[in-house]
Unconditional design. Sequence first.
Length: 71
Amino acid sequence: MEKVKINTETIKLDQFLKWANIVTTGGEAKELIQTGRVRVNNKIEKRRGHKLKDGDLVNVEGFDETLKVSG
């Protein structure tokens, strides 16, 4: 599990994927999310604006490690 430190109380899912270097653009993040390839706390999340907070777990298809939001 890899912890990803954020500097705010919450962060939008698409922004988090860029912050964690999973994608390089917002368009890539949008495609991953809208095609159901991202899970938040073990549930498929299709909303780019879903707000993540400290302790949330993010899994991305094709990326072996779970990301943990660390506030």
